[in-house]
Design a protein around this ligand. Structure first.
Ligand code: ADP
Ligand code: MG
Ligand code: ZN
Length: 497
Protein backbone atom coordinates (compact mmCIF):
# COMPACT_ATOMS: atom_id res chain seq x y z
CA UNK A 1 0.00 0.00 0.00
CA UNK A 2 2.79 2.35 0.91
CA UNK A 3 4.61 1.63 -2.33
CA UNK A 4 1.41 2.38 -4.22
CA UNK A 5 1.09 5.71 -2.49
CA UNK A 6 4.56 6.62 -3.73
CA UNK A 7 4.04 5.75 -7.37
CA UNK A 8 3.88 8.73 -9.64
CA UNK A 9 5.61 10.70 -6.89
CA UNK A 10 7.71 12.60 -9.43
CA UNK A 11 4.61 13.85 -11.24
CA UNK A 12 3.05 15.20 -8.07
CA UNK A 13 6.12 16.25 -6.09
CA UNK A 14 9.19 18.24 -6.96
CA UNK A 15 12.42 17.61 -5.10
CA UNK A 16 14.55 20.44 -3.72
CA UNK A 17 18.16 19.49 -3.16
CA UNK A 18 21.22 21.24 -1.75
CA UNK A 19 24.62 19.55 -1.70
CA UNK A 20 27.40 19.90 0.87
CA UNK A 21 30.76 18.51 -0.18
CA UNK A 22 33.84 18.08 1.97
CA UNK A 23 37.15 17.66 0.13
CA UNK A 24 40.48 16.81 1.67
CA UNK A 25 42.96 19.24 0.18
CA UNK A 26 46.10 18.10 -1.60
CA UNK A 27 48.78 19.62 0.62
CA UNK A 28 52.01 18.19 2.01
CA UNK A 29 51.23 18.98 5.65
CA UNK A 30 48.14 19.28 7.83
CA UNK A 31 46.03 22.42 8.31
CA UNK A 32 47.55 23.84 11.49
CA UNK A 33 50.69 21.76 12.13
CA UNK A 34 53.63 20.25 10.25
CA UNK A 35 52.40 16.63 10.28
CA UNK A 36 52.47 14.87 6.93
CA UNK A 37 49.20 14.27 5.08
CA UNK A 38 50.43 10.93 3.70
CA UNK A 39 48.17 8.99 6.04
CA UNK A 40 46.77 6.45 3.57
CA UNK A 41 47.71 3.01 4.85
CA UNK A 42 49.81 4.47 7.68
CA UNK A 43 49.81 2.84 11.13
CA UNK A 44 47.14 4.41 13.39
CA UNK A 45 48.30 7.48 15.31
CA UNK A 46 51.65 7.59 13.48
CA UNK A 47 51.03 11.04 11.92
CA UNK A 48 50.23 13.16 14.96
CA UNK A 49 51.80 15.89 17.06
CA UNK A 50 50.72 17.93 20.10
CA UNK A 51 48.84 20.37 17.82
CA UNK A 52 46.65 17.86 15.97
CA UNK A 53 46.23 15.84 19.17
CA UNK A 54 44.85 18.96 20.82
CA UNK A 55 47.26 18.95 23.75
CA UNK A 56 47.18 22.01 25.99
CA UNK A 57 49.54 24.92 25.47
CA UNK A 58 50.11 24.54 21.72
CA UNK A 59 49.39 27.08 19.01
CA UNK A 60 48.15 26.47 15.47
CA UNK A 61 49.84 27.94 12.39
CA UNK A 62 48.00 28.39 9.08
CA UNK A 63 48.91 26.18 6.11
CA UNK A 64 49.36 28.60 3.22
CA UNK A 65 48.91 26.08 0.45
CA UNK A 66 45.57 24.91 1.92
CA UNK A 67 44.36 28.50 1.80
CA UNK A 68 45.57 28.72 -1.79
CA UNK A 69 43.60 25.58 -2.70
CA UNK A 70 40.36 27.16 -1.44
CA UNK A 71 41.06 30.48 -3.16
CA UNK A 72 41.82 28.63 -6.42
CA UNK A 73 38.54 26.74 -6.02
CA UNK A 74 36.81 30.04 -5.42
CA UNK A 75 38.10 31.41 -8.70
CA UNK A 76 37.21 28.20 -10.51
CA UNK A 77 33.58 28.45 -9.34
CA UNK A 78 33.40 32.17 -10.14
CA UNK A 79 32.97 33.06 -6.46
CA UNK A 80 33.83 36.26 -4.64
CA UNK A 81 37.04 35.88 -2.63
CA UNK A 82 37.02 37.61 0.73
CA UNK A 83 40.01 39.97 1.11
CA UNK A 84 39.89 39.41 4.87
CA UNK A 85 38.52 36.34 6.61
CA UNK A 86 38.82 34.94 10.05
CA UNK A 87 38.69 31.64 11.84
CA UNK A 88 35.93 30.50 14.13
CA UNK A 89 35.73 27.84 16.79
CA UNK A 90 32.93 25.35 16.29
CA UNK A 91 32.45 23.80 19.70
CA UNK A 92 31.11 20.30 20.24
CA UNK A 93 32.09 17.20 22.11
CA UNK A 94 32.91 14.01 20.30
CA UNK A 95 35.72 11.50 20.95
CA UNK A 96 37.24 12.07 17.48
CA UNK A 97 37.69 15.79 18.21
CA UNK A 98 40.52 16.10 20.73
CA UNK A 99 40.33 19.87 21.29
CA UNK A 100 36.58 19.85 21.86
CA UNK A 101 36.25 22.31 18.99
CA UNK A 102 37.00 22.43 15.30
CA UNK A 103 38.69 25.44 13.74
CA UNK A 104 36.47 26.44 10.84
CA UNK A 105 35.16 29.50 9.01
CA UNK A 106 31.64 30.46 9.91
CA UNK A 107 30.88 34.15 9.46
CA UNK A 108 33.41 34.88 6.74
CA UNK A 109 34.11 32.06 4.32
CA UNK A 110 37.06 32.46 1.94
CA UNK A 111 34.81 32.14 -1.11
CA UNK A 112 31.12 32.93 -1.53
CA UNK A 113 28.47 33.37 -4.24
CA UNK A 114 29.90 31.08 -6.88
CA UNK A 115 28.36 28.75 -9.41
CA UNK A 116 29.03 25.72 -11.50
CA UNK A 117 27.53 24.78 -14.87
CA UNK A 118 27.54 21.22 -16.19
CA UNK A 119 25.81 19.00 -18.73
CA UNK A 120 22.89 16.75 -17.85
CA UNK A 121 20.69 14.51 -19.98
CA UNK A 122 18.29 17.46 -20.14
CA UNK A 123 20.92 20.00 -21.22
CA UNK A 124 23.24 22.35 -19.33
CA UNK A 125 22.38 23.17 -15.72
CA UNK A 126 23.79 25.81 -13.36
CA UNK A 127 23.91 25.47 -9.58
CA UNK A 128 24.64 28.46 -7.39
CA UNK A 129 27.26 27.82 -4.74
CA UNK A 130 26.70 29.54 -1.44
CA UNK A 131 30.21 29.18 -0.02
CA UNK A 132 33.54 27.38 0.03
CA UNK A 133 35.40 27.53 3.33
CA UNK A 134 38.38 25.98 5.05
CA UNK A 135 38.39 23.85 8.19
CA UNK A 136 40.19 20.94 9.79
CA UNK A 137 39.18 17.29 9.70
CA UNK A 138 38.50 15.17 12.79
CA UNK A 139 40.11 11.90 13.84
CA UNK A 140 38.51 8.59 13.01
CA UNK A 141 36.66 6.25 15.35
CA UNK A 142 36.99 2.57 14.57
CA UNK A 143 34.46 0.21 16.10
CA UNK A 144 35.93 -3.23 16.63
CA UNK A 145 35.08 -6.55 18.23
CA UNK A 146 37.66 -8.00 20.58
CA UNK A 147 37.59 -11.79 20.77
CA UNK A 148 37.16 -13.50 24.10
CA UNK A 149 40.51 -14.19 25.76
CA UNK A 150 41.55 -17.72 26.79
CA UNK A 151 41.80 -16.40 30.35
CA UNK A 152 38.04 -15.99 30.41
CA UNK A 153 37.53 -12.33 29.44
CA UNK A 154 34.36 -12.26 27.33
CA UNK A 155 34.23 -10.92 23.76
CA UNK A 156 33.44 -7.23 23.72
CA UNK A 157 32.97 -4.27 21.44
CA UNK A 158 35.46 -1.45 21.69
CA UNK A 159 35.90 1.93 20.03
CA UNK A 160 39.41 2.69 18.84
CA UNK A 161 40.60 6.10 17.78
CA UNK A 162 43.05 7.03 15.04
CA UNK A 163 44.15 10.67 15.05
CA UNK A 164 46.05 10.52 11.75
CA UNK A 165 43.16 12.31 10.03
CA UNK A 166 42.87 14.87 12.82
CA UNK A 167 43.81 18.30 11.49
CA UNK A 168 43.86 17.31 7.83
CA UNK A 169 42.89 20.33 5.69
CA UNK A 170 39.28 20.16 4.62
CA UNK A 171 37.28 22.38 2.30
CA UNK A 172 33.50 22.52 2.57
CA UNK A 173 31.50 23.61 -0.46
CA UNK A 174 27.78 24.28 -0.02
CA UNK A 175 25.26 24.84 -2.81
CA UNK A 176 22.05 26.82 -2.76
CA UNK A 177 18.95 24.59 -2.86
CA UNK A 178 18.84 24.84 -6.67
CA UNK A 179 19.01 21.17 -7.60
CA UNK A 180 15.79 19.42 -8.56
CA UNK A 181 16.75 15.87 -9.59
CA UNK A 182 19.06 13.13 -8.39
CA UNK A 183 20.82 13.17 -11.76
CA UNK A 184 21.59 16.89 -11.46
CA UNK A 185 23.01 16.23 -7.99
CA UNK A 186 25.27 13.45 -9.25
CA UNK A 187 26.40 15.50 -12.24
CA UNK A 188 27.17 18.46 -9.96
CA UNK A 189 29.32 16.28 -7.72
CA UNK A 190 31.07 14.76 -10.73
CA UNK A 191 31.82 18.15 -12.25
CA UNK A 192 33.09 19.47 -8.93
CA UNK A 193 35.32 16.41 -8.54
CA UNK A 194 36.72 17.00 -12.03
CA UNK A 195 37.30 20.65 -11.17
CA UNK A 196 39.13 19.77 -7.92
CA UNK A 197 41.40 17.36 -9.75
CA UNK A 198 42.02 19.74 -12.64
CA UNK A 199 43.16 22.58 -10.39
CA UNK A 200 45.02 20.16 -8.11
CA UNK A 201 43.08 21.17 -4.98
CA UNK A 202 42.09 17.61 -4.07
CA UNK A 203 42.37 14.06 -5.36
CA UNK A 204 38.67 13.87 -4.49
CA UNK A 205 38.52 10.07 -4.30
CA UNK A 206 35.14 9.15 -2.83
CA UNK A 207 36.05 5.59 -1.93
CA UNK A 208 38.65 6.66 0.62
CA UNK A 209 36.78 9.64 1.98
CA UNK A 210 38.84 12.38 0.31
CA UNK A 211 35.53 13.61 -1.08
CA UNK A 212 32.35 13.29 1.00
CA UNK A 213 29.01 14.22 -0.50
CA UNK A 214 26.01 15.04 1.68
CA UNK A 215 22.62 15.70 0.12
CA UNK A 216 19.89 17.78 1.72
CA UNK A 217 16.61 16.59 0.22
CA UNK A 218 13.06 17.85 0.59
CA UNK A 219 9.99 17.57 -1.60
CA UNK A 220 7.06 19.88 -2.25
CA UNK A 221 3.88 19.55 -4.29
CA UNK A 222 4.57 20.73 -7.83
CA UNK A 223 3.63 24.36 -8.24
CA UNK A 224 4.21 25.25 -4.60
CA UNK A 225 6.84 27.87 -3.90
CA UNK A 226 7.55 27.07 -0.24
CA UNK A 227 10.21 24.45 0.55
CA UNK A 228 9.42 21.29 2.45
CA UNK A 229 11.35 20.00 5.47
CA UNK A 230 14.78 18.71 4.52
CA UNK A 231 16.53 15.48 5.37
CA UNK A 232 20.31 15.24 5.25
CA UNK A 233 21.68 12.05 3.68
CA UNK A 234 25.33 11.01 4.10
CA UNK A 235 27.67 8.04 3.74
CA UNK A 236 27.38 7.61 -0.02
CA UNK A 237 30.68 6.24 -1.27
CA UNK A 238 30.25 6.57 -5.02
CA UNK A 239 28.61 8.90 -7.50
CA UNK A 240 26.09 6.20 -8.32
CA UNK A 241 25.14 5.96 -4.64
CA UNK A 242 24.62 9.73 -4.51
CA UNK A 243 22.04 9.44 -7.28
CA UNK A 244 20.42 6.32 -5.83
CA UNK A 245 20.26 7.68 -2.28
CA UNK A 246 18.54 10.87 -3.43
CA UNK A 247 16.08 8.98 -5.62
CA UNK A 248 15.32 6.67 -2.72
CA UNK A 249 14.84 9.60 -0.37
CA UNK A 250 12.46 11.44 -2.75
CA UNK A 251 10.38 8.30 -3.04
CA UNK A 252 10.45 7.63 0.70
CA UNK A 253 9.34 11.17 1.55
CA UNK A 254 6.53 11.01 -1.01
CA UNK A 255 5.24 7.80 0.53
CA UNK A 256 5.41 9.32 4.01
CA UNK A 257 3.61 12.51 3.04
CA UNK A 258 0.98 10.61 1.06
CA UNK A 259 0.37 8.52 4.17
CA UNK A 260 -0.20 11.70 6.17
CA UNK A 261 3.05 11.56 8.13
CA UNK A 262 5.08 14.68 8.92
CA UNK A 263 8.71 14.88 7.75
CA UNK A 264 11.03 15.91 10.57
CA UNK A 265 14.56 17.25 10.17
CA UNK A 266 16.93 14.35 10.51
CA UNK A 267 20.25 12.97 9.36
CA UNK A 268 20.03 9.69 7.48
CA UNK A 269 22.72 7.33 6.26
CA UNK A 270 22.87 5.45 2.97
CA UNK A 271 22.98 1.69 3.37
CA UNK A 272 24.77 0.46 0.27
CA UNK A 273 23.90 -3.21 0.82
CA UNK A 274 20.17 -2.59 1.29
CA UNK A 275 20.07 0.34 -1.14
CA UNK A 276 18.07 2.45 1.30
CA UNK A 277 18.51 5.28 3.77
CA UNK A 278 18.20 4.78 7.52
CA UNK A 279 17.79 7.15 10.45
CA UNK A 280 21.08 8.16 12.07
CA UNK A 281 19.90 10.95 14.34
CA UNK A 282 17.16 13.55 14.52
CA UNK A 283 18.34 17.08 13.61
CA UNK A 284 16.69 18.70 16.65
CA UNK A 285 19.16 16.90 18.84
CA UNK A 286 22.08 18.46 17.02
CA UNK A 287 24.45 20.61 19.01
CA UNK A 288 24.41 24.32 19.36
CA UNK A 289 27.96 25.01 18.24
CA UNK A 290 28.58 28.24 20.17
CA UNK A 291 30.76 29.65 17.40
CA UNK A 292 33.19 32.39 18.39
CA UNK A 293 36.31 33.87 16.77
CA UNK A 294 39.40 31.68 17.14
CA UNK A 295 41.62 33.60 19.58
CA UNK A 296 44.82 31.74 18.67
CA UNK A 297 44.85 32.80 15.01
CA UNK A 298 44.98 36.26 13.42
CA UNK A 299 42.49 37.23 10.71
CA UNK A 300 43.53 35.99 7.28
CA UNK A 301 44.34 38.80 4.89
CA UNK A 302 44.66 38.00 1.19
CA UNK A 303 46.43 40.85 -0.63
CA UNK A 304 45.33 41.46 -4.25
CA UNK A 305 48.76 40.51 -5.67
CA UNK A 306 48.57 37.10 -4.02
CA UNK A 307 45.05 36.54 -5.35
CA UNK A 308 46.15 37.57 -8.84
CA UNK A 309 49.06 35.14 -8.63
CA UNK A 310 46.77 32.25 -7.65
CA UNK A 311 44.37 33.12 -10.44
CA UNK A 312 47.15 33.29 -13.02
CA UNK A 313 48.34 29.82 -12.01
CA UNK A 314 44.95 28.20 -12.74
CA UNK A 315 45.05 25.70 -15.60
CA UNK A 316 42.42 25.63 -18.32
CA UNK A 317 39.19 24.61 -16.57
CA UNK A 318 37.06 21.67 -17.76
CA UNK A 319 34.21 23.81 -19.14
CA UNK A 320 36.58 26.00 -21.14
CA UNK A 321 38.43 22.97 -22.41
CA UNK A 322 35.27 21.17 -23.57
CA UNK A 323 34.22 24.36 -25.26
CA UNK A 324 37.55 24.72 -27.06
CA UNK A 325 37.51 21.10 -28.20
CA UNK A 326 34.05 21.68 -29.68
CA UNK A 327 34.43 25.08 -31.30
CA UNK A 328 38.11 25.14 -32.26
CA UNK A 329 38.77 21.46 -32.93
CA UNK A 330 35.34 20.37 -34.13
CA UNK A 331 34.91 17.49 -31.67
CA UNK A 332 31.41 16.34 -30.78
CA UNK A 333 30.17 17.43 -27.35
CA UNK A 334 30.24 13.76 -26.35
CA UNK A 335 33.87 13.17 -27.39
CA UNK A 336 34.96 16.42 -25.75
CA UNK A 337 33.28 15.42 -22.47
CA UNK A 338 34.73 11.90 -22.54
CA UNK A 339 38.26 13.21 -23.02
CA UNK A 340 38.03 16.08 -20.52
CA UNK A 341 36.56 13.80 -17.84
CA UNK A 342 39.68 11.65 -17.87
CA UNK A 343 43.01 13.26 -16.97
CA UNK A 344 45.12 10.63 -18.73
CA UNK A 345 43.01 10.85 -21.89
CA UNK A 346 43.28 14.64 -21.82
CA UNK A 347 47.07 14.48 -21.49
CA UNK A 348 47.27 11.96 -24.34
CA UNK A 349 45.03 14.02 -26.59
CA UNK A 350 46.85 17.28 -25.83
CA UNK A 351 50.23 15.60 -26.32
CA UNK A 352 49.17 14.12 -29.64
CA UNK A 353 47.94 17.51 -30.86
CA UNK A 354 51.19 19.12 -29.74
CA UNK A 355 53.19 16.56 -31.73
CA UNK A 356 51.77 18.35 -34.78
CA UNK A 357 52.02 15.44 -37.25
CA UNK A 358 49.24 16.83 -39.38
CA UNK A 359 46.74 14.18 -38.25
CA UNK A 360 43.31 15.81 -37.92
CA UNK A 361 42.24 16.52 -34.30
CA UNK A 362 38.98 14.64 -34.79
CA UNK A 363 40.84 11.53 -35.91
CA UNK A 364 43.14 11.72 -32.89
CA UNK A 365 40.09 12.18 -30.65
CA UNK A 366 38.56 9.03 -32.16
CA UNK A 367 41.66 7.08 -31.27
CA UNK A 368 41.65 8.42 -27.72
CA UNK A 369 37.93 7.83 -27.03
CA UNK A 370 37.91 4.58 -29.01
CA UNK A 371 40.90 2.25 -28.98
CA UNK A 372 42.80 3.92 -26.17
CA UNK A 373 39.88 4.02 -23.72
CA UNK A 374 38.80 0.52 -24.69
CA UNK A 375 42.25 -0.94 -24.13
CA UNK A 376 43.06 0.78 -20.82
CA UNK A 377 39.58 0.31 -19.35
CA UNK A 378 39.78 -1.47 -16.03
CA UNK A 379 43.57 -1.49 -16.12
CA UNK A 380 45.75 0.51 -13.80
CA UNK A 381 47.72 3.20 -15.60
CA UNK A 382 47.54 4.27 -19.20
CA UNK A 383 49.79 1.57 -20.68
CA UNK A 384 52.98 2.60 -22.39
CA UNK A 385 51.29 4.85 -24.90
CA UNK A 386 53.28 7.81 -26.16
CA UNK A 387 51.28 10.79 -27.44
CA UNK A 388 53.67 11.53 -30.31
CA UNK A 389 53.48 7.92 -31.47
CA UNK A 390 49.69 8.01 -31.43
CA UNK A 391 49.76 11.19 -33.50
CA UNK A 392 52.17 9.58 -35.98
CA UNK A 393 49.93 6.52 -36.30
CA UNK A 394 46.83 8.65 -36.83
CA UNK A 395 48.67 10.51 -39.58
CA UNK A 396 49.59 7.24 -41.32
CA UNK A 397 45.93 6.18 -41.22
CA UNK A 398 44.82 9.56 -42.55
CA UNK A 399 47.29 9.22 -45.42
CA UNK A 400 46.14 5.71 -46.25
CA UNK A 401 49.64 4.39 -45.53
CA UNK A 402 48.25 1.71 -43.20
CA UNK A 403 44.83 0.09 -43.02
CA UNK A 404 42.49 0.85 -40.13
CA UNK A 405 42.54 -2.78 -39.03
CA UNK A 406 46.32 -3.00 -39.01
CA UNK A 407 46.57 0.36 -37.25
CA UNK A 408 44.48 -1.00 -34.36
CA UNK A 409 46.85 -3.93 -33.98
CA UNK A 410 49.84 -1.62 -34.11
CA UNK A 411 48.30 0.62 -31.46
CA UNK A 412 47.53 -2.29 -29.14
CA UNK A 413 51.11 -3.52 -29.43
CA UNK A 414 52.49 -0.01 -28.87
CA UNK A 415 50.33 0.35 -25.75
CA UNK A 416 51.69 -2.93 -24.42
CA UNK A 417 55.35 -2.55 -25.26
CA UNK A 418 55.97 1.14 -25.86
CA UNK A 419 57.78 0.20 -29.05
CA UNK A 420 57.72 2.96 -31.69
CA UNK A 421 54.83 2.69 -34.13
CA UNK A 422 57.12 2.81 -37.19
CA UNK A 423 59.10 -0.17 -35.94
CA UNK A 424 55.96 -2.24 -35.25
CA UNK A 425 54.62 -1.48 -38.75
CA UNK A 426 57.98 -2.42 -40.25
CA UNK A 427 58.16 -5.64 -38.27
CA UNK A 428 54.74 -6.82 -39.42
CA UNK A 429 55.04 -5.46 -42.96
CA UNK A 430 51.88 -3.41 -42.37
CA UNK A 431 52.80 -0.47 -44.53
CA UNK A 432 50.17 -0.22 -47.24
CA UNK A 433 51.01 0.16 -50.89
CA UNK A 434 49.27 3.42 -51.69
CA UNK A 435 51.64 4.28 -54.48
CA UNK A 436 49.58 4.44 -57.67
CA UNK A 437 52.42 3.09 -59.83
CA UNK A 438 53.05 0.01 -57.70
CA UNK A 439 49.31 -0.64 -57.38
CA UNK A 440 48.81 -0.17 -61.13
CA UNK A 441 51.38 -2.87 -61.89
CA UNK A 442 49.69 -5.32 -59.53
CA UNK A 443 46.27 -4.52 -61.04
CA UNK A 444 47.56 -5.15 -64.57
CA UNK A 445 49.05 -8.49 -63.55
CA UNK A 446 45.83 -9.65 -61.92
CA UNK A 447 43.69 -8.56 -64.89
CA UNK A 448 45.96 -10.43 -67.30
CA UNK A 449 45.89 -13.57 -65.15
CA UNK A 450 42.09 -13.60 -64.69
CA UNK A 451 40.39 -13.16 -68.10
CA UNK A 452 37.29 -15.03 -66.92
CA UNK A 453 36.60 -12.58 -64.11
CA UNK A 454 37.17 -9.67 -66.46
CA UNK A 455 34.65 -11.15 -68.87
CA UNK A 456 32.17 -11.69 -66.01
CA UNK A 457 32.44 -8.03 -64.99
CA UNK A 458 31.89 -6.89 -68.54
CA UNK A 459 28.87 -9.16 -68.77
CA UNK A 460 27.41 -7.09 -65.93
CA UNK A 461 28.32 -9.19 -62.91
CA UNK A 462 29.60 -6.51 -60.59
CA UNK A 463 30.61 -9.02 -57.93
CA UNK A 464 33.58 -9.95 -60.10
CA UNK A 465 35.30 -6.76 -58.86
CA UNK A 466 35.35 -8.15 -55.35
CA UNK A 467 37.11 -11.26 -56.57
CA UNK A 468 39.68 -9.20 -58.46
CA UNK A 469 40.32 -6.96 -55.43
CA UNK A 470 40.96 -10.13 -53.45
CA UNK A 471 43.47 -11.28 -56.04
CA UNK A 472 45.37 -7.98 -55.88
CA UNK A 473 45.42 -8.12 -52.08
CA UNK A 474 46.78 -11.64 -52.30
CA UNK A 475 49.42 -10.65 -54.83
CA UNK A 476 50.57 -7.81 -52.54
CA UNK A 477 50.40 -9.94 -49.38
CA UNK A 478 47.62 -7.78 -47.99
CA UNK A 479 49.62 -4.61 -48.16
CA UNK A 480 47.69 -2.84 -50.87
CA UNK A 481 45.31 -0.05 -49.94
CA UNK A 482 42.02 -1.88 -50.65
CA UNK A 483 40.04 1.28 -51.39
CA UNK A 484 42.62 2.39 -53.93
CA UNK A 485 42.74 -1.09 -55.49
CA UNK A 486 39.00 -1.15 -55.92
CA UNK A 487 39.00 2.30 -57.55
CA UNK A 488 41.94 1.45 -59.81
CA UNK A 489 40.29 -1.80 -60.93
CA UNK A 490 36.99 -0.16 -61.79
CA UNK A 491 38.65 2.68 -63.56
CA UNK A 492 40.78 0.28 -65.63
CA UNK A 493 37.90 -2.11 -66.44
CA UNK A 494 35.50 0.70 -67.44
CA UNK A 495 38.14 2.52 -69.48
CA UNK A 496 39.17 -0.50 -71.57
CA UNK A 497 35.61 -1.24 -72.61
P1 ADP B 1 23.40 22.96 7.99
O1 ADP B 1 24.45 23.80 8.60
O2 ADP B 1 22.37 22.48 8.92
O3 ADP B 1 23.96 21.85 7.14
P2 ADP B 1 22.98 24.85 5.80
O4 ADP B 1 22.26 26.16 5.92
O5 ADP B 1 24.45 24.87 5.66
O6 ADP B 1 22.55 23.93 7.02
O7 ADP B 1 22.34 24.11 4.55
C1 ADP B 1 22.72 22.89 4.14
C2 ADP B 1 22.22 22.61 2.73
O8 ADP B 1 20.83 22.40 2.70
C3 ADP B 1 22.49 23.69 1.70
O9 ADP B 1 23.05 23.08 0.55
C4 ADP B 1 21.12 24.24 1.38
O10 ADP B 1 21.04 24.66 0.04
C5 ADP B 1 20.24 23.05 1.59
N1 ADP B 1 18.85 23.33 1.92
C6 ADP B 1 18.38 24.30 2.70
N2 ADP B 1 17.01 24.20 2.81
C7 ADP B 1 16.65 23.12 2.08
C8 ADP B 1 15.40 22.49 1.79
N3 ADP B 1 14.27 22.93 2.30
N4 ADP B 1 15.43 21.39 1.00
C9 ADP B 1 16.56 20.92 0.50
N5 ADP B 1 17.76 21.48 0.72
C10 ADP B 1 17.82 22.57 1.50
MG1 MG C 1 24.60 20.13 6.86
ZN1 ZN D 1 50.16 17.42 13.82
Amino acid sequence: MAAEAGTGALERYEAVIGIEIHCQLRTASKMFCGCSTEIDGAAPNSHCCPVCLGLPGVLPTINKSAVECVIATGFAIEAAIAPTTRWDRKNYFYPDLPKGYQISQYQLPLASNGRLTFETSEGPFTVRINRAHLEEDTGRLIHAELDASPGGRPARRVSLIDFNRSGMPLMEIVTEPDIRTAEQARRYAEELRLLMRTIGASDAEMENGQMRVEANVSIRPRGREEFGTRIEVKNMNSMRSVERAIDFEIQRQAVAIDAGRTIRMETRGWDEARQETYLMRPKEAENEYRYFPEPDLPPLVAPPEWLAEIKARLPELPAARRNRYGTDLGLSAYDAAVIVNDAAATALFEGALAADTGAPAKLIANWVTGEYMRLVKGKAGAGKVNAGELAALAKLVADGAISGTNAKEVFAEHLDTGEPVARIIEKHGYRQISDAGALGAAVEQVLAANPAAVADYRAGRDAAVGFLVGQVMKATRGQANATMVQAALRERLDRAE
